[in-house]
Design a protein around this ligand. Structure first.
Ligand code: URA
Length: 248
């Protein structure tokens, strides 16, 4: 390829990236595209863009979408929590996960580390998930709120609303076989209801066509160990839904 064609192609890719496209699909053979670009009338190229383009490794589209969404969340100042947070806790895990676990909001440890569910409640969640055949690295974990409410107070309705596009984007991008909503806030937020968690967990629920299992929050289990048994039962239903989706 000539230097001019290379520069033009690099500039074209750079522009597509700058307008936010995260995946560029050429419908023609790439050599045809290159020849067409090479045949285009010469245009002044202000900077040697070939030297400044660093193509991303060919990460799957979901990985790149989550990365872009996470970068946007990382700069978010849409609500008052931006003033008190240390870190935005966007979420982590397998972008192709069959299960997305949704908690309430980061706590102190999460705010410090930038990772969801890493405190005591998180350790218990990891154990429960692993014992149901979902080791942490096979799921995707996030929260309704991406920033810690001061003193772990309850999320405010306007904070939930501001943060909702991020959660929606995560669920849309990953498209899991099932969602595990841990606690009242995630269950009520995703289902758009004010019914109590005790009732929600006993009936079949779905979020935009994705089966949703509502269960008690692991922090509540630390206070009420007798709830471990019902949570275990909820995780068995989750297992069954995922296994059935796998054979479809
Ligand atoms: N509780 C949550 O709901 N989420 C976390 O990430 C940690 C504790």
């Amino acid at each position: 390829m000539s230097d001019r064609a290379r520069n033009l192609l690099a500039r074209y890719l750079q522009q597509r990236r700058e307008i936010g496209e995260i995946e560029i699909v050429f419908s023609q053979d790439v050599h045809e595209v290159l020849s067409a670009i090479a045949a285009a009338p010469a245009a002044p190229i202000a900077t040697p863009v070939a030297a400044t383009v660093h193509p991303e490794p060919s990460a799957p589209a979901a990985t790149r979408s989550l990365q872009v969404l996470g970068e946007t969340a990382g700069k978010c100042t849409a609500c008052r929590l931006a003033e008190t947070r240390s870190t935005v806790v966007f979420g982590e895990g397998d972008p192709a996960a069959r299960v997305v676990v949704v908690g309430e909001a980061p706590g102190a440890e999460e705010d410090r580390t930038g990772r969801p569910f890493v405190g005591r409640a998180g350790k218990l969640l990891d154990q429960l998930l692993a014992s149901s055949g979902f080791p942490r690295e096979t799921v995707y974990i996030c929260n309704v709120l991406k920033c810690r409410p001061p003193g772990n107070r309850n999320p405010q309705p306007d904070e939930v609303e501001s943060c909702n596009p991020f959660l929606k984007g995560q669920l849309q991008t990953i498209g899991p076989s099932a969602i595990l909503a841990c606690g009242t806030f995630p269950a009520q937020t995703l289902l758009g209801t004010s019914q109590p968690i005790g009732r929600l967990r006993r009936s079949s629920q779905s979020y935009e066509g994705i089966p949703l299992i509502a269960t008690y929050h692991p922090a509540a289990l630390l206070r009420n160990p007798s709830w471990i048994r019902p949570v275990w039962a909820d995780l068995q239903r989750l297992r069954q839904i995922v296994d059935e989706a796998d054979v479809e």
